[in-house]
Design a protein around this ligand. Structure first.
Ligand SMILES: *Cc1c(COP(=O)(O)O)cnc(C)c1O
Length: 356
């Protein structure tokens, strides 16, 4: 029997699942993880915490994850409170809950592409119609055109990704404000890479007090070096959090996940301590690729989009043959490399020189 033989929903027929290759390769620079593993001290503290919690695993976890949400509010600052924070298994689950609450049949979500491939996948997966808006040739967003797209389509949800994946482009607050003011529904600013932004790039968190329909999503998967934990969160008006309670599954965040995230937040000086080095490595990578004569998008994230290649597949394969895995993503002539350790980036440079 094949998938096509099952009585699957018509709108899922022929769809492809999210699929960044997970290959065993010496240098993995394809999913924007932080390359630095946790220290022994952090691992020990975590093991101790989990050992204590393990004695109570016959009970369900705190359904509302109040202690974790308080810690997240403390981390974000900006005067945010527990009632304004919500957490789930990765920001992808947060995004899905947002779509469940504010999207659905007969509703639409608008995003400006190229952007994060999961936004349309989660949108259509929740029976919401996806509308694709455009970016400029340099991947920036023209505020007038963005507002015009919002006025034309009247979407229930608008996605703005800043810094954007896979291009690295951050949005000025002015553009976000104008979109929020024009939008008839919710506006989600996906800030998965906020901690990597170049200095002087403000967060949309500063706009929350003025805009009750604005949602800012974050994750511990990238800068926080905790992709394996699966912890994402949002900050918004308390009423938005009440909407999340309507759609979340009971006890969605395990005791172990909540405890791990809290330990990570306690150790944030260590975990975020690698961000400066990664930003420097990113800026050096951009400069090096440009010196090679390649076209490179400005990046405020922990990855760099570069091109343009008539046949990017051959470049991607050539790198893989040399033990370096990057990502074939974004517009057809571009490739994306995540920023790794200094050693990994030397391997990437050597491999790319070999391929070119
Ligand atoms: C990586 C990424 C996420 C994070 O997803 P998690 O589910 O939190 O791991 C969210 N948004 C964007 C744009 C990303 O690139």
């Amino acid at each position: 029997m094949n998938l096509e033989d099952l009585p699957i929903r018509d709108d899922l027929r022929g769809r492809k699942p999210y699929g960044a290759p997970q290959l065993e390769v010496p240098v993995q620079l394809n999913t924007n993880e932080n390359p630095y593993p946790p220290s022994k001290a952090l691992v020990d503290d975590l093991a101790e915490e989990i050992r204590r919690d393990a004695a109570g695993l016959n009970r369900y976890p705190d359904r509302d994850a109040l202690a974790l949400r308080a810690d997240l509010a403390g981390y974000l600052g900006h005067g945010l409170t527990t009632e304004q924070l919500w957490a789930a298994n990765g920001s992808n689950e947060v995004l899905q809950q947002i779509l469940q609450a504010f999207g659905g049949h007969g509703r639409t979500a608008l995003g400006f592409e190229p952007s994060y491939s999961m936004h349309p996948i989660i949108t259509t997966g929740t029976n919401t119609e996806w509308v694709s808006g455009a970016r400029e040739d340099d991947f920036s967003l023209d505020a007038d055109k963005a507002v015009a797209a919002v006025e034309e389509h009247r979407p229930d949800i608008v996605f703005l990704t800043s810094p954007n994946n896979p291009t690295g482009t951050a949005l000025p607050l002015e553009t976000i404000s104008r979109v929020v003011e024009a939008a008839p529904g919710m506006v989600v600013v996906d800030e998965a890479y906020a901690e990597f932004a170049r200095s002087g790039t403000p967060s949309a968190l500063t706009l929350l007090p003025a805009h009750p329909r604005l949602i800012v999503t974050r994750t511990m998967s990238k800068a926080f070096a905790m992709a394996g934990t699966r912890l994402g969160y949002l900050a918004a008006h308390p009423a938005v959090v009440e909407a999340m309670l309507l759609v979340r599954l009971p006890y969605h965040l395990s005791t172990v996940t909540q405890a791990t995230a809290r330990v990570a937040l306690r150790h944030r000086a260590e975990l975020l301590g690698t961000v400066d080095a990664l930003r420097q490595e990113r800026d050096d990578t951009v400069a090096w690729l440009r010196a090679l004569g390649l076209t490179v998008a400005d990046s405020d994230a922990n990855f760099v989009l570069f091109g343009r290649f008539e046949n990017r597949r051959t470049i991607w394969e050539g790198l893989l043959e040399r033990g370096v895995l990057i990502r074939e993503v974004g517009p057809p002539e571009w490739l994306r490399v995540s920023i790794g350790t200094g050693e990994e980036m030397s391997a990437f440079r050597a491999a790319l020189e070999g391929v070119l």
